[in-house]
Ligand binder design. Structure first.
Ligand SMILES: [Zn+2]
Length: 155
């Protein structure tokens, strides 16, 4: 007779409500998403362009300039293919999560890359945002359903 295996994990239902305070800078960005607009801001001190933009530059603490719109075209900066299911997952694997370098921005956005086989995704691949339909636009990154390869572009 063998000893029982030690308990190493235990499933337990858990729920936590919380309030995220976006602040002035990110609020502008989030309201823009509900209008299919990607709003960036430039730092007058060091020229860094933030997307999403805070209110102040995290490098030199200058107040950022007025928001301006980017078209959302960009390139895959780095990515991973999610192959394993996990609790709470809303998308069936395999799928691709990537850092997107939106043209004109100095920072990167994390988002899904779809409408392409995961094994065909490459660093440098040109991508564009796929916006949600009107009735699903919100003040969150869910207003962009995912990014997809730009048709006709070859990375
Ligand atoms: Zn700066």
């Amino acid at each position: 007779m063998s000893l029982p295996e030690p308990v190493t994990t235990m499933a337990s239902p858990f729920r936590m409500d919380y309030t995220y305070v976006a602040g002035v800078g990110r609020s502008v960005f989030l309201r823009g998403l509900a209008e299919r607009r990607l709003l960036a801001r430039r730092c007058p001190g060091c020229a860094q362009v933030y997307l999403p933009p805070p209110e102040f530059c995290s490098r030199c603490l200058s107040e950022l300039e007025a928001p301006f719109e980017l078209d959302g075209l960009g390139a895959v900066s780095t990515f991973c293919v999610v192959n394993f299911p996990f609790p709470g997952q809303t998308i069936e694997p395999p799928y691709v999560v990537a850092y997107i370098q939106v043209h004109g921005a100095g920072t990167r956005l994390m988002h899904l890359v779809r409408e392409v086989e995961p094994e065909r995704v490459r660093i440098g691949m040109a991508v564009e945002p796929v916006w949600a339909p009107d009735d699903q636009l919100t003040t969150s990154l869910k207003s962009i359903q995912h990014f997809r390869p730009v048709r006709g572009a070859d990375a």
